[in-house]
Design a protein around this ligand. Sequence first.
Ligand code: 5AD
Ligand code: SF4
Length: 532
Amino acid sequence: MAGRTVYIETFGCQMNELDSELVSGQLRALGYAFTEEPDRADVVLYNTCSVRDHAEQKVRSRLGELRERRASDPGLVVGVLGCMAERDGRDMIARFPVIDVLCGPGELDKLPALLDNAVRTRGAIVSDPDSARERFVALQGGASRRSATLAAAADSLELLDLSRAVSPDDHSGSAYVRITRGCNKFCTYCVVPHTRGAEVHRPPDHIVDECKRLADAGVVEVTLLGQTVNHYRFEHGAVVTMGGIVQPQKGRAYAGGHRRDPFEGERVTTFAGLLRRIHEEAPGIARLRFVTSYPRDFGDDVLEVIRDSPRICRYLHVPAQSGSDAVLARMNRGYTVGEYLEFIDRARGVLDEPEKGRPLSIAGDIIAGFCAETEDDHRATAALLRRVRYKNCFIFRYSPRPGTAAFDRLADDVPEEDKRRRVNELLALQQSISDEVSREQVGREFEVFVQGVSAHEAKREPSRGRVPLTVGGRASEREASAPVVQLSARTEGDLIVVFDCPAGRSGAELVGSLVRVKITAARGLTLFGVLP
Ligand code: 5AD
Ligand code: SF4
């Protein structure tokens, strides 16, 4: 649809950011233009998240605003993509008649066709207001879990990942690469297995090729994405092809607690094997990281590959969700606090090498105020935060989600004020731990990935003679000559370091590269460094 201008807004997780990037790439190839200003767009797309009600509320309020705009602009096309479309489905259309297109996260490869039809129909309505109003809908519905084998065999979504076009101009040195879609865990609070469907693993050759192409286009940092990345497993004997394309494969039941996969090698690519292949075959990726890890089923094989591969980051995001065994059981997490801590200690034992400038950074997620959580449970979670000493930990207030087991079977009985207080207490505790972790870095030397100018620099007046680079953006030629002062970078453990660009070197030349810095001070979560 040449000439149409699209605005796309993304809510929620990194998986959604990647989906939006891939969808935008496809639409761009079809001639759509993009704008950052919703008011100038002919097509407004929301790529939505259903993990917490708060994220859904934002989308509902955006849709409310669009109703007014539609009255004066009948040609406007509105699409809701992602988990909220899948979860709330057709009910959303009844509540928000402004919606023209609904597309679940498992159907995004169909979006160009849906949008094309919607744009034509809207065009017809503009010229003849009495013409029929149509909706264009692609949702997996109940079929998503009918049979993981069938779902994987018919996985045309793989084409969307394969369609990724990377050019040196459209990235900031970092990129996401999906390795697994969906989730099989069914934690009782979580909507993801219901919206994104069963776990399927992408063929390792596709993943490695994508990393190589990204490296060729100048990407330095790749983050592998999956809801439970360490469950990655691809059996080569069971390959299904469609139209010559190797199809993703369903997730197998996992032998809990195992340390090594005996079939790793020719027959099976495990997560450890995948990491090793990317590290060896795409050496241009100077930083390889992955999120999110599930605390069970994390073998020593993976830890050893990380230890032995200098370009794999010493960074793990392993959510505990709670520090109480009773709560973990109600959440159906499948491990105890003791087992979680066994993993953390094992990981630190293999990967924590601060004396080499390579401490292990651990990040987590906690849900506070889950069903029937007592003050004792809450204190146990605080004790877990102290024991693990996360670099940072996301702390969420429990949000009951329709369609989940907890919503159907467990009472949301912790009063709102208690939930809020517990969240605030945990946030304050984590803040003090993060501050301590930051201070421990003073005096250490790190290799850091330079992302752009610091937020502080970006706010400085241009009249001071500096032309700021865009934060996180790529340096343009015009900017290359500008004297940039303070740059922002990240360690492999995801700690933020700001440092002054040394005289005689241009900031633009450093952006997107790795440099060594010595940490001289820490303030809150920010480290200050100098180039030695
Ligand atoms: N309420 C609050 N937080 C949730 N999360 C997932 N579902 C819910 C929910 N219903 C959190 C978990 C997960 C992160 C992505 O979001 O901590 O790790
Ligand atoms: Fe949700 Fe649990 Fe799967 Fe994570 S592992 S996506 S919390 S069901």
